[in-house]
Design a protein around this ligand. Structure first.
Ligand SMILES: [Ca+2]
Ligand SMILES: [Ca+2]
Length: 240
């Protein structure tokens, strides 16, 4: 990470600092207590941002667009024609999640120039950390006490780091990188793991953790991302 920004930069571009994450809705129900909790989280985040400005610079991960695209194609381009057809990009959950932003001509195929353009966007955007919040529902109900982890795809390069959060009673959580004083995720494409162990035994189907089908793109230009996303899980497995 060659360039460092003061946290003030993060404050200016951090949605938490602008109070955009204050209202939580679950189905048709608004939960006042949840809002109180969110305000506390937001205030704490702002205090950490301000307090950490002098001695905790936020690094911007370097991304190599050409190398990233080479890795994407190596992983997903099964017929090696430098074009990802839908049945190819759908095999990689993070690409499937990001496809709407990458397929700029809307033909259902991801060409090398389209992939390169998206990676170049990350590089040019120069975002350090972006607020990311989510709500996890299992069979339609809030899932409490689950660990949600955004795992960067190898093609994002070595400087894009994972982040995680633990869901509250209402299934909501915010992301923080390990060791980071402030919340937020690097931008990029991620696999999503949802895990909740009881007595050391995983209670969430493997399709949401070790063999996840969940993907997420985190970027500044994704409409509505600042309001958080919802992961709707089903306890059914393929054998059910
Ligand atoms: Ca192909
Ligand atoms: Ca296309």
């Amino acid at each position: 990470m060659t360039e460092m920004f003061c946290n003030q930069h993060a404050i200016e571009r951090h949605p938490l600092a602008h109070g955009k994450a204050g209202i939580i809705r679950l189905g048709a129900h608004y939960i006042p207590a949840a809002i109180v909790n969110r305000v506390a989280v937001i205030l704490a985040a702002i205090l950490l941002l301000v307090a950490g400005c002098e001695n905790a610079p936020v690094a911007i991960p370097e991304i190599d667009p050409e190398a990233s695209v080479d890795l994407i194609l190596a992983a997903a381009d099964k017929d090696s024609n430098k074009i990802l057809y839908q049945d190819e990009w759908q095999q990689v959950p993070s690409l499937a999640a990001a496809a709407p932003m990458m397929d700029t001509d809307g033909d259902g195929m991801l060409t090398r120039p389209e992939l390169l353009s998206r990676m170049q966007f990350y590089k040019n955007d120069r975002m350090a950390l972006l607020d990311f919040t989510c709500t996890v529902l299992l069979d339609g109900r809030p899932l409490e006490g689950a660990t949600v982890t955004l795992i960067p795809e190898p093609f994002m390069g070595p400087e894009v780091k994972p982040c995680s959060g633990i869901t509250a009673q209402d299934g909501w959580c915010y992301m923080r990188q390990e060791g980071s004083a402030i919340p937020g995720s690097h931008c990029g494409m991620f696999r999503v793991s949802v895990s909740k162990k009881e007595a050391g035994v995983e209670t969430i189907p493997a399709k949401y953790n070790t063999d996840t089908i969940l993907g997420q793109e985190v970027a500044t230009d994704i409409p509505g991302l600042e309001r958080g996303v919802t992961f709707e899980l089903s306890s059914e497995t393929a054998e059910d």
